[in-house]
Ligand binder design. Structure first.
Ligand code: MG
Length: 159
């Protein structure tokens, strides 16, 4: 039976941080702020997979109050989501996500993101969809105060 999950994440853009999205470090004057590497795309995908399992969100498994997760690369969280799927004898069918960012341009990095996400989940790149849009200069994303990501995942489970 195929189960579907949805995930959403947003992080603030601040000076003095690296910008990491989809496991790719992108040259930019500002980076996403957070306890881990603040990779909003990987976090949204993680929540989508956990959601398909009917599980609690990423913050439950990796609380931002726990020093163990300070500065960790978010592929660790995806690997845990993947482990939870395998533990239930399931398999991820596909993941699809959209990054919402006014700047920088995301498109040149999409191939790298697909590879990093596929590697973290033990999937093929063709199972990962990544798109990007701006917010047409509106709101906090339009003002480049933050970057958001939304994702869905479908997971085939034996129940
Ligand atoms: Mg997050």
């Amino acid at each position: 039976m195929v189960h579907v999950g949805i995930g959403y994440d947003v992080h603030q853009l601040v000076a003095g941080r690296k910008l990491v999205l989809g496991g790719v470090e992108i040259p930019h004057p500002k980076g996403l702020d957070g306890h881990s590497d603040a990779d909003a795309l990987m976090h949204a995908i993680c929540d989508a997979i956990l959601g398909a399992l009917g599980e609690e969100d990423i913050g439950h498994f990796f609380p931002n109050t726990d020093p163990r997760w300070k500065g960790v690369p978010s592929r660790v969280f995806l690997a845990e989501a993947s482990r939870q799927v395998l533990q239930r004898s399931g398999r991820i069918v596909n993941v699809d996500a959209t990054v919402i960012a006014q700047a920088p341009k995301i498109y040149p990095h999409i191939a790298g993101m697909k590879k990093a996400i596929a590697d973290a989940l033990g999937l093929q790149e063709r199972q990962i969809g990544i798109k990007a849009t701006t917010n047409e200069l509106m709101g906090f994303i339009g003002r480049e105060e933050g970057i958001a990501a939304i994702a869905v995942a479908s997971v085939d489970l034996p129940f």
